[in-house]
Design a protein around this ligand. Structure first.
Ligand SMILES: *Cc1c(COP(=O)(O)O)cnc(C)c1O
Length: 459
């Protein structure tokens, strides 16, 4: 009989996060100061982050020790199970072995607390009293609210206005964990007032909410800012997922041929994929790694690799990444966590060097795949996670056509219990396909071209 679940004991949890920079054949380009176009220095980041997170952001050491105090908090919901999707395999009538790492059992119902907890911990160590942040659909805000509650830090969340209005439950979760939540753009910040003057009807975007949260943080010395994805230290913390999965595959006496995860900024993809990619980079192997994005926000498959801001107002350093342009306002699809204009520097460089692949899927295909998974395995996935499942189904079909068998691993990055309106819209036939045209993308990228530093014009 097949074993379905692979559990680790708490004392088998990974003791280190993995930093892929150490093993990248081409190192990532440095973030640049927008004024001077020179590489940023650690002191430029200190209004935003505590020293240890800045160190982790810039380090190239291979392994970073997970503090014992953080491991204690991880034990609230980790280790997470690796599950063989036996019932999905039967439903698809496939010889492929399909496994998923289930990150939905955490306090926020996704992988996001894996970084929220250490970020809150290092801020608490540095004596920080309050953390500001942005949230799209509310997943990140929920995770950080919980983490701040663990350390007695105040948490202030700028939530994309469209989600604030459509998804009241996430706001209530954040409030329950003790956070204050403001719809963004708001009139509380200069950036917010600027966005509203420009378009009073705007539903907001992650880029706008980031600008607001940063502006609030830099004004007060006891307040710092926190980002839920994209940055190197965030990806670093998420590698606890893949490190656990490697141990669990040892228990399963199996190994994945293809590793799949949804990509918004890149953190859960990196978290699952990078430890396996280390094995490939250092030991050889033929595993494939596929990051899956929405067809309506296709930075990896249709964006361009260049320097761009991480936020709409232009407060962040310039980051070398695949982007659709920081002014890009993604269509309001249901996978709120994937509606971000850029991708992390690390994922972008790895894609450029063809060490990972990217695919895009529209929301109808995603929800169809998610529904098949839900019926078979009994977990209703987050709309973001449905992107990975859609790609799993494509891989299974491809294997069938080629007469091959393969082992597939994907990240079930979260459950969809707070996303029932998205499923309702799907059942009622209200979801629309939305694919971005080349012309729309070119228009959005036009002004970004001016930001490119002369010295790295060959990128
Ligand atoms: C936020 C989120 C994502 C996308 O963010 P990444 O940083 O790319 O991981 C994916 N799935 C879920 C459930 C999320 O909450």
């Amino acid at each position: 009989m097949n074993t379905k679940k692979f559990f680790l004991n708490e004392n088998e949890m990974p003791q280190y996060w993995y930093n892929i920079v150490a093993d990248m054949p081409v190192k990532p380009l440095p973030p640049l100061h927008p004024g001077t176009r020179e590489p940023i220095t650690p002191d430029m980041l200190s209004p935003l982050f505590p020293d240890e997170l800045i160190r982790q952001e810039l380090t190239d050491e291979r392994f970073v020790k997970i503090p014992d105090a953080v491991l204690e908090k991880y034990k609230i919901y980790r280790p997470s199970p690796l599950i063989r999707a036996t019932e999905l395999e039967k439903a698809l009538n496939t010889d492929c072995r399909i496994y998923y790492k289930y990150e939905g059992g955490s306090p926020s119902g996704s992988h996001k607390p894996n970084t929220a907890i250490p970020q809150a911990y290092y801020n608490a160590q540095a004596g920080v009293k309050k953390i500001t942040t942005e949230t799209g659909a509310g997943q990140w805000g929920t995770a950080l609210s919980f983490a701040c509650a663990q350390y007695g830090i105040e948490c202030e969340v700028y939530m994309v206005k469209a989600s604030y209005e459509q998804k009241p439950y996430r706001k209530i979760m954040m409030n329950t964990f003790g956070a204050k939540v403001h719809p963004s753009p708001s009139d509380r910040t200069e950036a917010g007032r600027n966005f509203l003057a420009h378009n009073p009807q705007t539903g907001g975007s992650l880029g706008m909410a980031i600008s607001e949260a940063i502006e609030m943080a830099v004004q007060d010395e006891h307040t710092k800012y926190s980002l839920g994805s994209v940055l190197n230290h965030v990806l670093l913390h998420q590698t606890v997922i893949g490190e656990e999965a490697i141990k669990q595959f040892d228990l399963a006496q199996d190994s994945p041929d293809v590793i799949i995860a949804p990509l918004g900024g890149g953190s859960n993809f990196a978290g699952l994929a990078f430890p396996f990619l280390r094995e490939k980079l250092t030991g050889g192997g033929s595993q494939r790694f596929v990051a899956v994005e929405p067809a309506s926000c296709p930075k990896l498959t249709k964006g361009e690799f260049m320097y761009d801001f991480g936020d709409t107002q232009g407060y962040t350093p310039l980051l070398p990444m695949y982007t659709l342009g920081h002014n890009f306002e993604p269509a309001s699809i249901h996978a709120g966590g994937l509606r971000y204009h850029g991708a992390s520097v690390l994922c972008s460089q790895l894609l450029k060097d063809r060490l990972i692949e990217a695919a895009s899927v529209d929301q109808l295909e995603c929800f169809a795949a998610g529904s098949i998974f839900a019926k078979a395995e009994g977990i209703i996935p987050a709309p973001e996670s449905n992107h990975a499942i859609a790609q799993v189904l494509r891989e299974v079909e491809q294997a069938r056509e080629e007469g091959k068998q393969k082992t597939i691993l994907f990240n079930l990055s979260g459950h969809g219990f707070v996303d029932m309106m998205a499923y309702a819209d799907y059942h009622d036939g209200k979801l629309q396909e939305h694919e971005l045209t080349r012309a729309e993308i070119q228009a959005s990228l036009k002004e970004i071209k001016e930001l490119q530093p002369a010295a790295v014009s060959e990128i």
